[in-house]
Design a protein around this ligand. Sequence first.
Ligand code: ADP
Ligand code: MG
Length: 624
Amino acid sequence: MNSPLPEPSRGIAAAAPAPRRLGPPVVALLLLALVLAAPLALGGFGVSLMNDMGISALVALGLVLLTGVGGATSFGQAAFVGIGAYATAWLSTAGGCSPWLGLPFALALTGVAACVIGLLTLRLGGHFLPLSTIAWGLSIPLIFGNMDALGRYSGMANLPALHLGTLSLGNPRAMYYLIWACVAFALWFSHNLLRSRPGRAIRGLRGGSVLLASVGADAFAVRLGLFVVAALFAGLAGWLYTYANRFVSPSPFDLRAGIEYLLMAILGGVGYLSGALVGSGLVLLLKDLLQDLLPLLSGRAGQLDAVVFSALFIALLHYARGGAMSFVARGLRRWRAPRPAPLPVEQAPVLPRRAQPARGEALLEVQGVSKRFGGLLAVDAVSFEVRAGEIVGLIGPNGAGKSTMFNLLTGVLPKSAGRVRLLGRDITALSQRRIARMGVARTFQHVKLRPAMSLLDNVALGTHARTRGGLLAAGLRLDRAQERQALREAAWQLRRVGLGGREHERAGTLPLGTQRVLEIARALAADPLLLVLDEPAAGLRRQERVALGELLRRLRDEGVTILIVEHDMDFVMRLVDRLVVMNFGSRLLEGTPAQVRADASVQAAYLGSADTAGTDAPRAPATP
Ligand code: ADP
Ligand code: MG
């Protein structure tokens, strides 16, 4: 076995600040007092408006998560509100059950519907997904309107009231507290979720499925889970809607309502959980205002508010995509610079490590691997081996097939022929995610980080496959012990690569060289058997290159096995134990740096390649 890795002397665990938080506790307490006291100060109309706001805010909150964080736009959330509302209305009338039983029933039905719709549509890329949400956003209310059991277009009236023991929640003031308790719960749940293992994966969604698969996460499953959570918030809103109004009909759940919910999320700010509250408040107040004002302008005011909302939507997309909360946040920052939460030093147990092979053992065996892109044989029956504890370089002129080789090894591309074994196990046909989970961690030629996430969170994403726990546990904060372990690991890996003390900086603010080092820390957080680096020195300044070389050598001394593609010959010649040279897709030579440097065919290959000649041809490293 390799020598054990140096242990962090003290465990570091952190409540990592998710980039957008609700705000300091004092503000939260003030808000709470305000919400509790509001019904005492407001008239009946005001309380009803607040109830509508709370219900809409739940739906908008789902959209903040789904659209703002996850990057999937939905115009159809109102349909999920409808499913929740109709489910409980039907159960408590036709089924004769308690409205409270209607809650799990509404959530179950909404969840199942979201699973089915999600499985059918969430693989659609680009603008096809939003288009599909329009399809079900249109059709589900049509179904409500054509079912006899649901009262067709006249809906279902005289629904029973909710009761809490003998206390009736039939009046708006009583419903108010129930609604806002649900909103508070949903906010708390979402807040926890974003600062957790599944939350990091959700925040990683915009980085693409290859990024998530490289840390062992399944982007489709993550997106589906998020979609269901957003739908459940809408389903909960539907249940509340039914007992706040005691009447349901199809029109409040149609596509127009779906667009309004999206408008709320965008107007409030899709990057902020609190944007859901602000957005629903603004839209409902504006609607109310327009109802009073528009009749003064025109006799036919009924449809005019839609025109105003359309104009508002377009103006928002042009001038204020961040929504109202982005202005508030900017103002707050100016008033008081955000203080990152300190890293509370705390002894969290270390995450379990995988058994590492003995130094020199065959770790990766590549046998006759080929890749054909149409008529082009990009990789032609290449074989080589990587042994535990060594650094192997894969070099060759531009277009030689190095990146393709990496993509074949890591499962990003399927192989046309050949076999790959990892510690004797055949991984030829395994998916990228499975290969990552087996211990092959990689970085990318084009850096794949989440710029808005902190360094700590970016690296903690790398622990995904070493930890477990789903959305529910994360939302309910049942995952905190493990979360501390993951953050401790991330903090340690940051220190290991020389980025200690910068945990709370945002990845997007780092220079390219440091971003590449950060990617290495993320890969290390997976506790890999093999570290696969694609051109880590590209675009680095001389100083950064030297530091990177030192880091990689230190990692090798600690027992990390590295396979590296690199263009900078000085860099790679000084670093590696062995080299595999590729040219036109095939393996030209394998040997030590000295052997490669002396080989005439390698010289010819490089000198024959116009774009690398002179700069990248292998030559003796300058004496340090
Ligand atoms: P390197 O990383 O050594 O510069 P690549 O592996 O990126 O080379 O590319 C090898 C060859 O395969 C190039 O000719 C490139 O154009 C081709 N190639 C790479 N990826 C694809 C693809 N997805 N489809 C078609 N051809 C590709
Ligand atoms: Mg390449």
